[in-house]
Every structure is written in C-alpha cells, then in structure tokens.
Ligand binder design. Structure first.
Ligand SMILES: C[S@@+](CC[C@H](N)C(=O)[O-])C[C@H]1O[C@@H](n2cnc3c(N)ncnc32)[C@H](O)[C@@H]1O
Length: 248
C-alpha cells in the first residue's frame, strides 16, 4: 500500500474542515502564538524559515507576519490551497510548495530555521525526515518541532476520545469516522502514530548531530489552550504538548 497516497488523500479531504473550528484564525490565538515563537527564536533579523507539513499555514503565516521570509511545504494540495487562501486573507506572502517532508527540493544549508507543528505522528520514517531537515538548515541554524502525545492508549484517554468524537460530531458536524477510514490501514507503518514522546525526539535530534538541544513543556500554551480550544478538542486531548529545539 502506498502510505503517502493514503495520507495526502486524507488531508485533501480534511482540508475542507480543518480551519472550521476557528482556532487558527482567532486574533488572541495568533497573538499568543506569536509571543511564544518570538520568545523561542529571539531575533530582530528577518530569517529564512521552512515550515514542513504546513497544512493551512498556521506557523508559516505567523512567521510571515513577524517579518520573516517563509516557505511552507505540504504533501496535500488541498491543505496548500487553503493555506494560500489564508495568506490572501491576511495579505501575507509565503511561498507554499507541494512536496514531501522526507525528500526536500532544497539545496543544503538553505534555511535559518526548519520548523513544524503536529507532523511527526504521520511520518513513516521520522529519522529520514529529521536528517533531511538538518541537511536543509544552515550551520548554526535551528530545527524547531512542536508536537505532543496524541494517541495515548490508556482507558481514560480512549473514553475521552470516544466522548470527544461525539462532541465533534454534534458541534462541528464532522464525522469521526473519516480519520480512521484512512489511517487504520496505515497506522502500523507510522512509528509515532501512538505518540511521539519528547524523549524519542531528543534521541533523534542527537543522532542527527544537533547540539544545544532543549525541551519546553509549553505549560503556558496548555493553560491557554484549555481556555481557547473547543470543548470537543479539550475532551479528546489531554495536553501533552512540547517544543523541541536543536541547533546544527
Ligand atoms: C495535523 S496537520 C498539521 C498542519 C499544520 N502544521 C498545523 O499546525 O496546523 C498535518 C499536516 O502534515 C501534512 N503532511 C503529512 N505527511 C506529510 C509529508 N510526508 N510531507 C509533507 N507534509 C505532510 C498533512 O498534509 C497535513 O497538512
């Protein structure tokens, strides 16, 4: 089975509803995230930034708004179409491109920062991907990854996901079956599908030769999301976010 084909087909479909809950476009959400990103990258310069698995462009557009020169890539043309639409709405310029996170069409050492949010769980070869991002980042540049433990298999979390799916159906009119109708076939081929714990990421960063590796448990973001995320999201997801940073 062609895993990547299943993935882009799912995200093409999902692109129709991805931004519908309104989280990504809320003014206070964007303001909060900009503060978070500024605290991490700490620069007055305009950087060259690559957002991998950009989706509808959440991180890419925030970085563009902060004055950086941003490229956003995704495997789903549907998600990219929405990202371009979002950029137009915000009157921002981002170079959105269709390509695969594990095989980038960029020269070595092109970017100051390679980043992604909520991507690694759906990558078949996380090590290949991280090595590829390290190739594309400049010496002294940084890899910044924002992830979480999404599919905690404990009974408590299974129950929460069950009720979360009902809440999603009621509040967003979105079928909870769509996701598993694609991912059930391929989940065994996605090493982090059941959760990319931060310790695994530190190991991968270390193996890739990154230095000054740091982890942030994003406590302020968890507090913020507790207030700003939809009820369905809060039921189905126990906050387990982290930000990993490594320097080449
Ligand atoms: C959960 S969404 C996250 C989107 C965005 N980063 C955000 O924070 O809203 C995952 C995204 O990764 C993309 N994706 C999955 N596999 C990919 C790959 N191999 N290469 C590039 N993008 C990929 C999907 O199409 C989807 O847009």
């Amino acid at each position: 089975m062609d895993v990547k084909r299943v993935i882009w087909r799912y995200w093409d479909k999902r692109s129709q509803t991805y931004d519908e809950n309104g989280y990504n476009s809320q003014k206070e959400v964007r303001h909060f995230w900009k503060g978070l990103l500024e605290d991490v990258i700490r620069t007055d310069e305009s950087l060259k930034i690559l957002d991998v698995g950009t989706g509808t462009g959440f991180l890419a557009l925030l970085f563009a708004e902060m004055g950086h020169n941003v490229t956003g890539i995704d495997i789903s043309r549907g998600m990219l179409e929405k990202a371009r639409h979002n950029a137009d709405k915000l009157k921002l310029t981002v170079d959105f491109m269709h390509c695969d996170a594990e095989n980038l069409p960029f020269e070595d050492e092109t970017f100051d920062i390679v980043t992604n949010r909520h991507l690694l769980w759906t990558i078949p070869s996380p090590k290949v991907a991280i090595d590829e991002w390290c190739r594309a980042v400049k010496s002294g540049g940084r890899i910044m990854l924002i992830d979480g433990r999404w599919y905690d298999p404990t009974i408590d979390m299974r129950l929460r996901r069950f009720f979360g799916r009902i809440a999603t159906f009621v509040t967003e009119k979105r079928s909870p079956r769509l996701f598993m109708s694609y991912y059930a076939k391929i989940k065994d081929q996605l090493p982090f599908f059941d959760g990319s714990g931060s310790n695994y990421i530190v190991d991968l960063f270390t193996e890739a030769g990154l230095k000054n590796i740091s982890l942030d448990n994003l406590e302020k973001l968890k507090e913020f999301e507790n207030k700003s995320r939809s009820l369905a999201y809060r039921i189905a997801n126990k906050p387990s976010l982290f930000l990993a940073l490594g320097e080449k």
